[in-house]
Write a protein that binds this ligand. Structure first.
Ligand code: NAP
Ligand code: G4F
Length: 349
């Protein structure tokens, strides 16, 4: 039987790399778009040991012709649009590029699909951020939207345009409304990995303090490899539908800090400081995904719970810094990452 072909935008990101690995294991031919940057960013794919199994196509979300060309060259059965400016905090500093990359680019891809081959199945990486502070209960597919950041507003545009192409052009276009999902390959700007990386360095005497923003916000944190399986399951349906993927549990940032430091036998209060520069202009107070629909219709059921996730991430960062101290060299983002107390950005006045 001919192997299926998948095109992943954002293959160099956390989810892109896990999805590529998942699809390769299923026998897919995997194509991935990457950005032409001065310094290449293939560390996650090297980390998985799969960088030589992928067909790479240069493309940028702002450049329609490069996206069209990526679809024409790869001739995919399934297209997963994971590329985006994905950091909520940055979207306040760069609202326009966030709108271009995270919002408008979805239409660029859908239009290319419609013109080249409307039979291609399309997955849009939608986000729980689109709910904002609309309700104080858990969120499901029926919950009203109230996006609170340029990122969330752009994602909501992506959500609606995906639905519009599904309803209007009868294309297989589906949104996965994913709640936070993390892993040892999470970017260092995001709070979970910022915490586990700093705690590991503190344990080994490489860092003295960790500076954070709001410790009270609640997030529903799951384990990324389980979420990429959910993306694939959404595209295996006969008819396209939107799904919430989350664990149905929420925890505060403070709980994440406590669990991480406790796992390393450290007292977090001695090391964690608060700086208002890490507070958001608009904060989303509570996200908790009710994925009953996904459980029922696509048999998606996340297994990794909060405490286990903290341990997986903390152990991975500790192990990497220990290997680094012994002089080992391997694909990894942290050693050259800028110290966050050296960064300046737009803050609440
Ligand atoms: P990520 O690690 O930040 O990856 C983002 C990817 O997008 C990277 O490959 C990045 O390329 C690429 N990209 C950014 N701007 C681009 C541009 N202008 N042109 C082409 N590629 C560009 O994000 P992630 O955590 O894997 O998330 C994947 C998707 O799911 C994103 O759309 C995110 O918004 C969404 N999402 C994530 C979560 C979560 O909790 N992880 C939850 C809900 C939704 P470089 O490597 O070159 O930077
Ligand atoms: O880790 P975060 O930056 O993730 P956030 O904003 O929840 O967004 C992530 O999940 C979304 C799905 O819900 C995705 F769509 C999005 O692409 C991304 O993957 O922040 C989590 C919480 C926030 O409440 C933030 O204010 O942590 C709080 N926080 C406190 N101190 C901090 C910090 N966040 C960051 N990044 N850095 C801090 O120092």
């Amino acid at each position: 039987m001919k192997s299926k072909r998948a095109l992943i935008t954002g293959i160099t990101g956390q989810d892109g790399s896990y999805l590529a690995k998942f699809l390769l294991n299923k026998g897919y031919t995997v194509f991935g778009t990457y950005r032409r940057t001065s310094t290449p960013n293939f560390w996650r794919l090297s980390y998985h040991g799969i960088s030589d199994q992928i067909e790479y196509i240069p493309a940028d979300l702002i450049d329609t012709s490069s996206l069209t060309e990526a679809i024409r060259i790869s001739k995919p059965d399934e297209l997963y649009n994971l590329a985006a400016q994905s950091y909520v905090g940055s979207s306040f500093d760069q609202p326009l590029t966030s709108g271009e990359f995270t919002g408008l680019a979805v239409t660029r891809i859908l239009e290319s699909i419609r013109i080249i081959d409307p039979g291609i199945k399309f997955y849009q990486a939608s986000s729980s951020e689109i709910y904002g502070n609309s309700v104080n209960t858990s969120q499901n597919e029926e919950t009203p939207f109230q996006p609170g950041s340029p990122y969330a507003i752009a994602k909501l545009y992506g959500y609606w345009i995906t639905k519009m192409y599904r309803d209007g052009y009868r294309m297989f276009a589906a949104n996965g409304i994913l709640f936070n999902h993390e892993s040892p390959l999470r970017g260092l700007e995001f709070v979970t990995r910022k915490i586990t990386n700093a705690a590991a360095r503190i344990k080994l005497g490489l860092q003295k303090k960790l500076i954070l923003g709001n410790l009270d916000s609640l997030r529903d944190w799951g384990y990324a490899p389980e979420y990429v399986e959910g993306m694939w399951k959404i595209l295996q349906l006969k008819k396209p539908e939107d799904f919430v993927l989350g664990t149905n549990e929420s925890h505060t940032v403070k709980e994440f800090v406590e669990n991480t430091f406790e796992h390393l036998d450290l007292d977090w209060k001695k090391y964690v400081k608060i700086d208002k520069k890490f507070l958001r202009i608009v904060e989303v107070n509570r996200l908790e995904g009710d994925s009953s629909k996904a459980k029922k219709k696509i048999k998606w059921n996340p297994k990794t719970k909060f405490k286990k996730l903290v341990e997986i991430m903390t152990d991975a960062d500790l192990d990497r810094w220990q290997r680094w101290q012994k002089g080992e060299k391997f694909a990894w983002d942290a050693p050259n990452y800028i110290q966050e107390d050296k960064t300046l950005f737009r803050t609440i006045k």
